[in-house]
Ligand binder design. Structure first.
Ligand code: NAP
Length: 525
């Protein structure tokens, strides 16, 4: 089955046989993709002219209704999406739910929040202030929807959520979406777009999809467009420095890789709740989606005195994980999405082993359930222990995108802070402690290098939403190597799809502008 692209309002096949998409359990080809020979410049133009014009003709509240209609359409076809996620990503039902139900939840969250902006077409920010002695000449800031296309380039690990967590704020802001999913898992995103288009939920041109390589897509972006990218730091750097992107000053949001840390407080004894909660979370983070989450815990910082005990407890938890074909009812962890990813993960583990020892995950004793390890893209849950924490470098630099984490002992709070900061910018850190002094030192000292910090203390206990779980109402993104981007955070995300202008003019001019405007302060509610 060759997947079609939706470009310039027409479903069209690319030339040639295309690139194959595989079932990562059996190695069988499940689909192919190509956009060769399609006119991406014309596709972007159509999105801007037809899709953008139609969307901006609506109010925020009307566009919020479109998001509800998208969520309802996706809900209707939910079962088909779970099948595709299993066949093309090797996802268990629970893992697919994070991607699929996470998409629907995010869309509904934006639909609800978007309604609060009402029948407005722009956002007025702050009060007008006078620029003349008699007050006749005034200035005020406005956020106006951009008139180009939102070019969304996504990673392979969240084919559904990666699309909708970006598309929801873009569409709500009034920008048409031009999405390029990662090739290896493009099927799910393509099927969702097809369902939305078939249901005639959105105006023509509001949603386009191009499958296969990005080809010359970025050559055709202009000053009205934005790019939101998720993927590796290397590709992100290429996107950011693309000549057309630089020339046109196109805003680029980058969500890249990250070596996220979980930190156990110095107060946590082996019998404490914090100890148990950290162990549960590390096991979950390592094995959920087979560790293929940008937010997954990669470094586990623990007090040196109990480091071996933590390692043993995590290893005991990992021993309960059943790896194999996600179609088997007992299986709780599937393969990576492809043999390419499997090879990259094994290489990454070999690199980390230069400085660490292996506690679990010996591949020579690994037999996935109902699957041939010589064919499938399986990686056993691999826990490493880094005794040389004072000098180790690789553990802070190498992101192994699979079920892999390393325990790193620390000697003091200052030591732990320094080790966390060696990640050079992460999406998320979690701190498991109930000691006020430890928390009041740790959190401010690492805050500038993180997009999100999860604090699990006795008051929160198990009622938290998870280290790696991205909530649509909370900011997602991290500084430094994590890309420097910022997504979600509720309506805050809309700012990226608007342009802030200072309008200088008479009071009457401002009255006219504000008549169609909602209060930009709503973006932070
Ligand atoms: P990737 O290889 O960098 O690819 C990301 C996307 O960029 C894909 O759609 C890819 O298309 C496209 N691409 C590649 N070269 C391009 C170019 N020259 N111009 C435009 N687009 C181009 O990353 P990945 O392997 O899919 O994803 C894994 C990485 O993503 C991990 O490092 C992970 O940490 C990161 N990630 C980050 C987040 C976050 O929110 N921060 C979330 C998920 C994943 P093709 O597939 O066709 O090559």
């Amino acid at each position: 089955m060759k997947l079609e692209n939706l470009i310039a309002g027409r479903w069209q096949y690319g030339h040639g046989e295309g690139l194959p998409l595989h079932n990562p359990v059996t190695g069988e080809m499940v689909a192919s993709v190509s956009c060769d020979g399609t006119d991406l410049a014309a596709g972007l133009e159509f999105a801007r002219d037809t899709g953008g014009t139609a969307l901006r003709g609506l109010t925020y509240a009307q566009r919020a209704d479109l998001l509800t209609a998208i969520a309802n359409t996706l809900t209707k076809h939910r079962d088909a999406y779970f099948d595709i996620a299993r066949l093309n990503s090797g996802a268990t039902k629970a893992d697919a739910a994070i991607d699929i139900d996470g998409s629907i939840y995010t869309l509904k969250t934006y639909a609800r929040a978007g309604k609060t902006l009402g029948e407005a077409r722009r956002l007025a920010e702050g009060a007008a202030h006078s620029l003349s002695k008699d007050g006749t000449f005034q200035a005020r800031h406005y956020l106006v929807p951009r008139t180009g296309a939102a070019v969304l380039i996504n990673a392979f690990n969240f084919p559904a959520w990666g699309l909708w967590e970006k598309a929801a704020p873009a569409l709500l802001a009034g920008m048409p979406v031009f999405v390029k999913p990662a090739t290896s898992t493009a099927w799910l995103a393509q099927r969702m777009v097809r369902d939305i288009v078939d249901a005639e939920v959105l105006p023509d041109g509001a949603l386009s999809i191009v499958c296969g390589g990005a080809r010359d897509l970025l050559d055709h972006v202009d000053e009205t467009d934005v790019i939101s990218f998720t993927g590796s730091a290397d590709t992100g750097a290429r996107v950011r420095t693309h000549p057309a992107v630089v020339r046109a000053g196109v805003p680029v949001n980058i969500e890249a890789d990250s070596v996220n840390a979980a930190i156990l407080g110095r107060d946590a004894a082996p019998a404490s709740r914090e100890f148990a909660l950290l162990v549960t979370e590390v096991v979950r983070e390592m094995t959920q989606k087979a560790g293929q989450k940008c937010t997954a815990i990669r470094r586990v910082l623990v007090p040196a005195a109990i480091a071996r005990k933590v390692t043993d407890a995590i290893a005991d938890g990992l021993a309960q994980v059943k790896v194999g074909d996600p179609a088997h009812p007992e299986v709780t962890m599937g393969p990576l999405v492809s043999r390419v990813q499997q090879t990259a993960a094994f290489q990454g583990i070999a690199t980390l082993l230069q400085e660490s020892e292996r506690r679990t995950g010996d591949p020579s004793h690994f037999k996935p359930i109902d699957a041939d390890p010589g064919v499938g893209a399986f990686v056993p849950p691999t826990l490493l222990y880094c005794a040389k924490s004072a000098t180790a470098r690789l553990v802070h630099e190498v992101e192994v995108f699979g079920p892999v984490a390393t325990v790193i002992p620390y000697a003091s709070t200052a030591d732990a802070i320094a080790l966390v900061r060696r990640g050079r910018g992460s999406l998320v850190a979690s701190v498991f402690s109930s000691e006020a002094e430890f928390l009041s030192q740790m959190i401010p000292a690492i805050a500038d290098l993180h997009g999100r910090i999860l604090v699990v203390d006795a008051a929160v206990d198990s009622k938290h939403t998870g280290h790696g779980n991205v909530m649509p109402t909370c900011t997602h993104g991290g500084p430094g190597r994590a890309g420097g981007g910022e997504e979600l955070g509720g309506l805050r995300a809309l700012a990226f799809y608007h342009r802030r202008i200072a309008l200088q003019g008479s009071a009457a001019r401002h009255e006219a502008m504000a008549r169609d405007g909602a209060d930009a302060a709503l973006l932070t509610t």
